[in-house]
Design a binder for this molecule. Structure first.
Ligand code: NAG
Ligand code: NAG
Ligand code: NAG
Ligand code: NAG
Ligand code: NAG
Ligand code: NAG
Ligand code: NAG
Ligand code: NAG
Length: 449
């Protein structure tokens, strides 16, 4: 069977399973879980709650401006007190007489994390990160956020409930993380969380625990792609660029770009963490993507081959902190050395590792700076040639799929891949030497006369 056909076929199969449909084949169990632990039920009907947001996604992370958790109360509950985070608005608490007013009386409260640097006496454990959540792989032990609150019935004890106002404290509905692309399900009662103290010698339990699962869909996040892939190889001088209009077309309404070499207009940086991030402002290119990934097949050795990967930030208004790159290639099974990135195999298909995650080394290249400011990171990787199936033919040496920060990148069409020249020139260095000797012999034997 023709390899092109095979590649196309497998691509279309992955297409069908891709995150656009809410299922990610590279991270099938990935989700963000909101855990609602009822720690105490007080005699006055109030409850002490611990809410935790846990990022169980292998590579997707939540960046600034961070999560903005919201929900809808079912019985007009109020939040009396909160620590580790805060509601963005108090709302109308005028029915509560006296000086002790609830923290938030809204039917649909919106909660934001406190900022780093909050005084210690206002912090709780795992709070105060400005709503940022690293991925499960990149932030071991730091992928969660928590806050504490006291909630109570919306009917103040001094005023008897009137009309159809229900009293009681329940579990809310309509959870939202406030991050584009995520949607959350309903809360489910699960076995109560256990808490350990005294070095694990004592265990306590929550009164009740509810889980809410939130999942990501690239299409919900943004209908147009955010990155593209260009290709080149030592055996062919042409560089195959990102496909035209991968992420948008120049001149398209609503898409701004800055011509290469020109200085971008003075940029309005977000002044506080509640303003949404600015729209991308990219370098004018045929692909208009904020991120370009270049895969260069650099050298062929006898038993190994070497690839250079470069990620270029073409966005003037964003530094990508804790970026990551997911790559599908059958040779990742034989990955021998990664020179300047971290690597973690994502072998979701049993023990056949054809998928892996590359990410920056802390304090060295984990930040991909904005365009115009040295906005690229690169590494070389060394891969073993599997004698059974390694080839430079038919685009085999190019990646099958690439994702940047979990969003799939647009690849050139397989028919456009750099092609091997005719078979004679396809020889690896030792064979050039052989060819040279062969020509010499032919020369001296008078073959050319
Ligand atoms: C969410 O992720 C956790 C951790 O990987 C997993 O145990 C749980 O089953 C996932 N939930 C769903 C609904 O997929
Ligand atoms: C939940 O959302 C639905 C649809 O947006 C809305 O009709 C309903 O009133 C909301 N419920 C609460 C308790 O906020
Ligand atoms: C606040 O709520 C009270 C009682 O429901 C109502 O009388 C009052 O008009 C509300 N105030 C505002 C500013 O909406
Ligand atoms: C609920 O979430 C916790 C993590 O916060 C997880 O350990 C547990 O397995 C989840 N339970 C269910 C039934 O999904
Ligand atoms: C990116 O980082 C540089 C250096 O830390 C900073 O000067 C610049 O303002 C940042 N850009 C954005 C868009 O945050
Ligand atoms: C392949 O997967 C196994 C099992 O997770 C892992 O131990 C091994 O390091 C992986 N090998 C490579 C080259 O990624
Ligand atoms: C390549 O061949 C090796 C054994 O020679 C085998 O283990 C591996 O699965 C093959 N890979 C592909 C993509 O067929
Ligand atoms: C290089 O690859 C391009 C694109 O596949 C192809 O058109 C061209 O003929 C190749 N060049 C050589 C010298 O083979």
């Amino acid at each position: 069977m023709d390899l092109h056909f095979l590649i196309l076929f497998s691509l279309s199969l992955i297409d069908f399973l891709s995150p656009a449909y809410g299922y990610d084949p590279l991270d099938p169990n990935g989700n963000i879980t909101i855990k609602w632990d009822v720690l105490v039920k007080n005699e006055d009907g109030n409850q002490n709650i611990q809410v935790s947001i846990l990022n169980y996604q292998l590579y997707r992370h939540i960046e600034l401006p961070g999560w903005r958790l919201s929900w809808g109360w079912q019985n007009q509950e109020v939040i009396w007190d909160m620590s580790g985070s805060e509601a963005t608005e108090q709302g109308n608490c005028s029915t509560f007489l006296g000086s002790k007013k609830p923290h938030c009386c809204l039917q649909n409260p919106v909660i934001v994390d406190l900022l780093p640097g909050t005084p210690f006496n206002k912090q709780v454990s795992n709070c105060c990160k400005g709503g940022v959540l690293p991925s499960f792989v990149q932030g071991p032990g730091k992928f969660g956020s928590s806050f504490l609150m006291t909630i109570g019935s919306g009917a103040p004890s001094s005023t008897p409930p009137k009309g159809n106002v229900k009293v009681g404290v329940g579990i809310p509905t309509n959870f939202s993380l406030g991050v584009p692309g995520y949607s959350c399900g309903e809360a489910h009662l699960v076995p109560p969380s256990k808490f350990y103290s005294d070095n694990g010698r004592r265990t306590t339990e929550a009164v009740a625990t509810y889980n809410v699962t939130c999942s990501y869909s690239q299409f919900l996040s943004s209908p147009s792609p955010k990155c593209c892939v260009s290709l080149s190889a030592f055996y062919n001088e042409s560089i195959i660029p990102c496909p035209r209009c991968s992420c948008g077309c120049q001149g398209q309404a609503g898409l701004k770009c800055v011509k290469s070499g020109e200085t971008p207009p003075v940029l309005q940086m977000p002044t506080d963490d509640n303003t949404p991030p600015p729209d991308p402002l990219v370098v004018c290119t045929r692909h208009m993507c904020p991120i370009r990934v270049h895969w260069h097949v650099k050298v062929s050795y006898k038993e190994y081959w070497r690839v250079k990967m470069t990620i270029t930030n073409m966005n003037y208004v964003k530094n990508y902190s804790e970026w990551n790159l997911e790559v599908l290639h059958p040779s990742l099974q034989g990955l021998t050395q990664v020179f300047s990135f971290n690597y973690k195999p994502l072998n979701q298909h049993g023990n056949f590792n054809d998928t892996g995650m590359f990410y920056g080394i802390k304090f060295y290249n984990d930040m991909l700076s904005q365009a115009g400011e040295n906005g690229n990171v690169q590494t070389e990787i060394l891969l073993r040639k599997d004698p059974g199936n390694f080839t430079f033919r038919d685009g085999w040496a190019f990646p099958r799929r690439i994702y940047f920060n979990g969003d799939e990148c647009v690849m050139p069409a397989p028919d456009d891949y750099p092609m091997m020249p005719s078979r004679a020139l396809l020889l690896s260095p030792p064979n050039y030497i052989l060819l040279f000797f062969l020509l010499c012999i032919l020369w001296f034997s008078g073959f050319f006369y």
